[in-house]
Design a protein around this ligand. Structure first.
Ligand code: IMP
Length: 432
């Protein structure tokens, strides 16, 4: 059996969608296991752009079975829309995915709370109701998809939650509350009816299907609720730490998996929070424009900066990465100089690890190593020999610093714009 885990090594938006799409062709199952429709995995196939928010990206291949595992929070309205859009574009998916009966649902009142909390706290969330849905889950007032099999129970849970949210809304935020119990109840049941045959026990599914699996992480390591730049993080374990609790599979199930980290050749982040290598001036603007750095879920401009190797090495440690895919190298093509952070300076001291403290992270100054730019197009290159020597040096330094090989480069948004530096799929049995 073969297992590949693909994880974001930065603050999300590393280009995982394209990599998962590319590699999932060699797998029978692809599974998502944390987050929800805050993710926006973009894939371009034959000049057609697909953005997947809930279904695993691998589902674009017709032989692949998709899994929405228990760690996800699922907005049924988004799921309905996503399935409809894919089927309209000629990709039948309805019969090819399973949703864990343990997933929690994102309800309209979670989205309402997300926007109310944002007014006070300003994390810069995607407003998809993700944080509140996980709050309800861990506060033991969430509604799981399996609760919809018992309409009476579902009604009571919904009623109780709506009263709870109404109180928060009116008493804490002094806002009018206009969500209707009956309307939500009927809509959820209507959509559930459509997908009830897709709901099942994911643990048993994995036990019965001894097949190759690609696990698709959403967001990125630095947005992980425990290991990320708290509180400016998402509400799930978006690093490898989320695999076991997100799937229900025991940790040793993943012992023989290959852990592949995806990182951009520079760094971006959407929303608020610490970002040591952020470039606020012209260079940041240039990266944003050349890289088309606007959020795929929210359309927000992404903050841009140089590659942060301190953070990337931390991602190697947190996830136990075996290899990297570096994406968007071509965005750096026009720069005279390219920089990478190799350490931080904090109150006159040099630090080489990624600090936990918010106060420290917002004050550190990156210490850069500067590379000569290659000033040649790398867009669409398929052969490593064609890479400019300066670009090779840049990649080599990433490998030396992090101690992990760069196995693939992505050189453009299309499926065929990539090159292997070390082919991992063919040497699967010798992961090391
Ligand atoms: P939430 O996940 O919507 O609660 O947002 C929390 C933080 O995670 C915000 O900074 C978001 O911009 C960020 N975030 C959530 N999902 C993604 C993603 O898929 N890509 C990049 N950032 C994300």
């Amino acid at each position: 059996m073969e297992k590949l885990v693909i994880l974001g090594a930065q603050w999300g938006d590393e280009g995982k969608g394209k990599i998962v799409d590319l590699l999932s062709e060699s797998f029978e199952i692809t599974a998502r296991y944390q987050g929800g429709s805050n993710a926006g995995h973009t894939v371009v196939v034959n000049d057609q752009k697909f953005i997947l928010h809930l279904l695993p990206t691998g589902i674009l291949h017709e032989h692949v079975v998709g899994v929405i595992a228990q760690g996800m929070v699922v907005d049924l309205e988004v799921l309905e829309e996503e399935v409809k859009n894919l089927e309209e574009k000629g990709i039948p998916v309805k019969e090819r995915f399973i949703i864990s009966d343990r997933v929690h649902l994102v309800m309209p009142y979670h989205k309402l709370l997300d926007s109310l909390f944002e007014r006070k706290k300003g994390i810069g969330t995607t407003l998809r109701g993700i944080g509140p849905a996980y709050m309800f889950k861990y506060g033991r007032r969430g509604i799981r998809i399996s609760d919809l099999t018992d309409e009476k129970r579902f009604y009571e849970l919904l009623k109780d939650n709506l009263e709870f949210v109404k109180n928060i809304c009116e008493k804490v935020f002094c806002e009018n509350f206009s969500l209707e119990l009956e309307e939500i109840y009927e809509k959820q049941l209507r959509i559930y009816e459509k997908f009830k045959n897709n709901v099942g026990d994911v643990l048993q599914f994995f036990m019965k299907n001894n097949k190759s699996v690609l696990f698709e992480g959403a967001q990125g390591t630095l947005l992980d609720i425990d290991m990320g730049t708290y509180p400016y993080v998402t509400s799930s374990n978006s690093s490898a730490l989320g695999l076991s609790n997100g799937t229900g599979l025991p940790p040793n199930y993943f012992a023989d998996a290959y852990f592949l980290g995806v990182a951009k050749a520079y760094t971006t982040r959407v929303g608020e929070g610490p970002f040591p290598t952020e470039l606020k001036g012209e260079e940041g603007e240039k990266l944003r424009e050349l890289g088309g750095e606007y959020g795929s879920t929210t359309g927000r401009p992404r903050r841009c900066g140089w590659l942060d190797l301190v953070a990337l090495k931390y991602a190697v440690q947190v996830n136990g990465l075996h290899g990297f895919v570096i994406t968007k190298l071509d965005v750096l093509d026009g720069f005279e100089e390219v920089k990478v952070a190799v350490a931080y300076e904090y109150e006159g001291e040099r630090i080489e690890h990624f600090p936990a403290s918010y106060s420290v992270l917002t004050k550190v100054k990156p210490i850069y190593k500067t590379f000569k730019g290659w000033k040649r197009s790398t867009k669409g290159i398929r052969n490593p020999e064609e890479l400019p020597p300066e670009a090779k040096e840049y990649i080599k330094f990433i490998e030396e610093y992090t101690g992990v090989p760069v196995v693939m480069l992505s050189t453009g948004p299309k499926r065929d714009e990539y090159l292997w530096l070390r082919e991992i799929l063919k040497t699967r049995s010798s992961y090391s």
